[in-house]
Design a protein around this ligand. Structure first.
Ligand code: NAD
Length: 494
């Protein structure tokens, strides 16, 4: 029987009237039937979060009490890790190795980490000022809407939810309607952890249908959004109506720069991961690789040869290295970008096709694809494809590499490969990217704030700064001037 997946509102599991089938992108088969939120459901979720914030008890709990709940959520994820990994794999097409070793344990770790770190920044602070006693308070931001994309459904939900809850906010969490299954399961874990009703509300639904209602509502204080630029811009407009606090984690077109003196094997192997992991559906995908002249041919040869060896397969097979794209629509978008690149002079040196294997014919698979000779003005050079497609270019000097890397509207991340750490460090300073990895890729730490520049968004996720995004600052100032007579009290001489 196909499982049904209700919402979680005000501590209760509620079936929506409208339903939607969830498809396994490896097989094209229906794996679940989920409730789709109506405007009325969105209204219920907002009222529930507002009331839980205003009446408590979640924001009023002591830090020790909140930490205990958050640790229970971490443990709940770990206790259900196997089932969550399978569900994430079935829903997203991510190879089971990735969900088992990355997405699910990292999600649990985020809750555990925040229970042990940064939360004490919420303690008030006395600031020394003349003639007054000043207290600086960090309060929760209020009711926060957390909007999550489909590429890391549970992990990004955990990043947002753990930090927002730790700060004392109440939340409405909205997964992508393509991939709501693990986030809806998280609702059960939160319920079992015993959080008070209304502290966490989870509704699944079409962003186009309920997004505006969630983002425009005056009772919502903050929106933490991860997704595309297109939707990010819409949310900026909705929230302008009542000036909400926002964090925006948007798209990328990241560059990897490989110098002549790089360790070639490491640079090739890591560059493969940096574009083909999760089928290239990563905001930090290094979709443009710039290789210095002397090693360009050997890098390209090795990269292409290894790309051809990546094992495509059904996502639940432990041997699979690359699964399907999330949907047929996403695959069509990728194919359209490649076609356009060809008309703009690009050459496909490997991939570029739907695989022919009978086993994969019902899924949304696409071969790892490498393009060369793509001009810096072509669409595929400047726009996010969000698929297993990489452009490889030649460069001569460090300044040229920086100019090419910085020539797009995004600024999320970059990689530099060189044994000359001084040169790499100097170049890192010149790159318009919120994260620069040197001789590695994809190292994320809960300790470090993560987020992009330019059109990759603003605000941070993770790190102390990411935690403080979910708070607001209040000054309380008590007069202590001599004889309690500050000048302002007698300004008009009365
Ligand atoms: P998307 O923008 O289509 O959707 C993201 C979320 O927004 C979904 O939950 C969707 O339902 C919701 N949404 C859609 N329309 C809405 C509206 N009008 N109002 C409010 N919410 C709405 O993005 P996607 O296709 O799910 O994810 C891929 C994108 O996410 C890529 O651009 C990728 O780079 C980006 N991303 C960025 C980061 C980062 O940290 N910078 C991380 C992961 C993904």
């Amino acid at each position: 029987m196909i499982p049904k997946c209700p919402f979680y509102i005000n501590g209760q599991f509620i079936e929506g009237v409208e339903k939607q089938n969830i498809i396994n992108p490896s097989t094209g088969k229906v794996i679940a039937e989920v409730s789709m939120a109506s405007l009325k459901d969105a209204e219920l979720a907002i009222s529930s979060a507002r009331e839980a914030f205003d009446q408590g008890p979640w924001p009023q709990f002591s830090l020790a009490e909140r930490k205990a709940f958050i640790r229970k959520i971490a443990q709940g994820i770990l206790d259900n890790a196997g089932q969550l990994a399978e569900l994430e794999t079935q829903n997203t097409g991510k190879p089971i190795k990735e969900t088992t070793f990355m997405d699910i344990p990292s999600g649990a770790e985020t809750f555990d980490f925040i229970a042990n770190n940064f939360i004490d920044y919420l303690e008030g602070q006395e600031i020394s000022v003349p003639n007054a006693k000043a207290e600086l308070l960090r309060e929760p931001a209020g009711v926060v809407v957390l909007i999550v994309p489909w590429n890391y459904p549970l992990l990004i939900a955990c990043w947002k939810l753990a930090f927002a809850l730790a700060a004392g906010n109440t939340v409405i969490l909205k997964p992508s309607s393509l991939t709501p299954l693990t986030v809806l399961e998280l609702g059960k874990i939160i319920h079992q952890a015993g959080l008070p009703a209304g502290a966490v509300n989870i509704i699944n639904g079409s962003g186009a249908k309920i997004g505006q209602a969630l983002c425009e509502d005056k009772r919502v204080d903050m929106i933490s959004f991860t997704g595309s630029n297109e939707v990010g811009r819409q949310i900026l407009q909705y929230s302008a109506k009542n000036v909400k606090k926002l964090t925006m984690e948007l798209g990328g077109k990241s560059a990897s720069i490989v110098f002549n003196d790089a360790d070639l094997e490491t640079a090739v192997n890591s560059s493969l991961t940096a574009i083909f992991l999760n089928q290239g559906q990563m905001c930090t995908a290094m979709s443009r690789i710039f290789v210095q002249e002397a090693i360009y041919d050997s890098f390209l040869k090795s990269f292409v040869e290894k790309s051809k060896r990546i094992k495509l397969g059904l996502a639940d097979n432990p041997e699979t290295q690359m699964g399907p794209l999330i949907s047929d629509a996403q695959r069509k978008k990728v194919i359209a970008y490649i076609e356009k690149a060809r008309t703009e002079g690009g050459q496909i040196v490997c991939g570029g096709k739907i695989p022919e294997s009978a086993e994969l014919k019902n899924g949304y698979f696409f071969e790892p694809t490498v393009l060369v000779d793509v001009g810096a003005h072509s669409h595929i050079f400047r726009e996010e494809v969000f698929g297993p497609v990489v452009l490889i270019h030649k460069f001569s000097g460090s300044d040229e590499a920086a100019t090419l890397a910085n020539s797009v509207d995004f600024g999320l991340a970059a990689c530099i490969w060189s044994k000359d750490l001084d040169l790499a460090r100097e170049l890192a300073g010149k790159l318009n990217a919120g994260t620069v990895w040197i001789n590695t890729y994809g190292m994320f730490f809960h300790q470090l704030p993560y987020g992009g520049f330019k059109q990759s968004g603003f605000g941070k996720e993770l790190g102390k700064e990411g935690f403080l995004e979910y708070t607001r600052l209040k000054n309380i100032i008590v007069d202590q001037s001599a004889e309690g007579k500050p000048l302002v009290n007698y300004w008009y001489g009365f």
